[in-house]
Design a protein around this ligand. Structure first.
Ligand code: SAH
Ligand code: F3S
Length: 459
């Protein structure tokens, strides 16, 4: 019989939004066993770390956190209690047994493709001695085993439509940790979207490591790409906004570009990672786009949706990157113009081709390049934010602000916006007049309120 006495579950999530989605599903799978979420670690009966292996720092953080949590686990055991400690996600997938060697007090190690077996692992933990390790890439899809979506935080929800990556960029661990590309069937996606709306979501972000590789089949056997899927989702009553992330530039097709032109629910913001502006480096990275292709793609997207705001990921200090290559990255940034971006120093990942390449770039050179790139990107971001001052933007108010009477939300371009507004506006998409801009956020007033002085003057 399943033990359903009330228990507390703490999940700490690292890395990408797909991990956030997965953590919510893990909570959903454990709820029938009596586990309710808590924010307090040392009070938890089960602690799960949903980990990220993308860069060395991300992976190392997990081990120091495990050490810290083990102290709490020991303290609980000394008091006659117990704490189940699990490592999920990509560190678990990539390092498997190694996790148990470095942290022998861990009870469960399982990858991103096997967490649907969590209830079974927990049961086995109670039955058998020793830790549970499950890092298969199983035949059955976890998506067929997931219960209803977990919480919808605020009004914006994530929906995983695609998973895995077959692109094998030479720096990247994702193809090894997440496995081959897989798309969920159209009807499964539509059903989950309807459920999310029923739970209060008005904005849905479609997730996939390579989301625009999406190709699903609907109930009638028709194949849909991401553009087609977006059109179907936009027809669902209650969905005001759609987004998707992350895209692989070489696979953006005409149907997706057309969706940006035709679907008003699709927000004018796109994360389109270029990584580098140098053809030589892009080739060594095994990216399937060159500089000119990317710049032309941006032009085609902007022709379809002129107000499109672009974001990207950049890596500096990839093996063999020269000063001239780096200058090419800076010039690409100037040419494209980004509303925001993420940039990283190249971090060698064991088992990936780039880690074994010669001409690794010294750390101090990486530091200097990262700073120069980030200065430029920050300048562009601030300029974009400042250019929004005076405009009225629809903002999804989905969180309470820092002080009483304040609400926080997101603009169509993913900018954080704060505004003094009535508490019952939470959850609305409100037209706000932008009145101030910083590097990371915008200040706004209610568009109607800003009209009042003028209205009074004319009265
Ligand atoms: N398509 C993926 C992107 C992979 S990871 C997604 O799901 O979002 C996100 C970013 O991390 C990459 O775009 C890349 O810029 C960066 N990254 C990946 N491997 C890296 C490495 N070894 N060193 C530094 N940055 C890396
Ligand atoms: Fe990684 Fe490249 Fe795929 S960055 S996720 S291998 S597209």
């Amino acid at each position: 019989m399943t033990d359903t006495t009330p228990k507390k579950l703490h999940i700490k999530t690292y890395g990408c939004q797909m991990n956030v989605y997965d953590s919510d599903r893990m909570a959903g799978l454990l709820a029938p066993l009596g586990y309710a979420l808590t924010d307090v670690v040392d009070d938890a009966d089960m602690v799960l770390l949903n980990t990220c292996h993308i860069r060395e720092k991300a992976a190392e953080k997990v081990y120091s956190e495990l050490g810290r949590i083990n102290k709490m686990k020991q303290a609980r055991q000394a008091d006659g209690g117990a704490m189940i400690l699990g490592v999920a996600g990509c560190v678990a997938q990539a390092e498997g047994e190694e996790v148990l060697k470095r942290a022998p007090y861990v009870d469960m190690v399982f990858g991103p493709q096997t967490y649907h077996r969590l209830p079974e692992m927990v049961a086995r933990l109670h039955r058998e001695k020793g830790a549970q390790l499950d890092t298969d890439f199983p035949e059955e899809s976890k998506f067929d085993h997931l219960t209803a979506p977990g919480r919808v935080e605020g009004r914006a929800a994530f929906l995983t439509v695609q998973e895995g990556c077959d692109k094998f960029c030479t720096f990247c661990v994702v193809p090894y940790t997440r496995g081959a590309e897989f798309s969920r069937p159209v009807d499964q996606v539509l059903a989950e979207a309807r459920q999310l709306v029923a739970q209060g979501a008005v904005e849905i972000t479609l997730l996939g490591q390579n989301v625009n590789a999406y190709h699903g089949t609907d109930a009638d056997g028709a194949e849909l790409g991401l553009g087609g899927l977006i059109r179907r989702l936009a027809e669902i009553d209650g969905i005001a906004r759609l987004r998707y992330t992350t895209s692989y530039p070489a696979e953006v097709d005409d149907a997706l570009i057309a969706a940006h032109r035709d679907v008003p629910e699709l927000m004018p913001y796109l994360h389109l990672p270029v990584q580098s502006g140098s053809d030589r480096v892009l080739k060594a990275m095994n990216r399937r786009h060159g500089r000119d292709f990317y710049i032309d793609l941006v032009a085609r997207l902007r022709a379809a949706r002129p107000d499109l705001g672009l974001s990207s990921d950049f890596i500096v200090g990839f093996p063999g990157e020269t000063d001239a290559d780096f200058q090419d990255t800076l010039s690409l940034v100037r040419e494209v113009g980004y509303v925001q971006a993420y940039s990283f120093k190249y971090s060698p990942r064991p088992g990936t081709p780039a880690a074994a390449m010669e001409l690794q770039v010294p750390e101090d050179v990486k530091d200097a390049r990262l700073k120069e790139l980030q200065d430029l990107l920050n300048t562009q971001q601030l300029a974009f934010n400042q250019a929004c001052v005076g405009r009225t933007l629809p903002v999804l108010l989905d969180r309470p602000g820092r002080h009483a009477g304040q609400l926080l939300g997101r603009s169509p371009y993913m900018q954080a916006v704060h505004v003094d507004a009535p508490a019952d506006w939470l959850g609305r998409v409100a037209d706000l007049k932008i009145v101030s801009a910083g590097g990371n956020s915008l200040g706004a007033v209610l568009a109607d309120a800003s009209e009042q002085p003028a209205a009074r003057r004319s009265a």
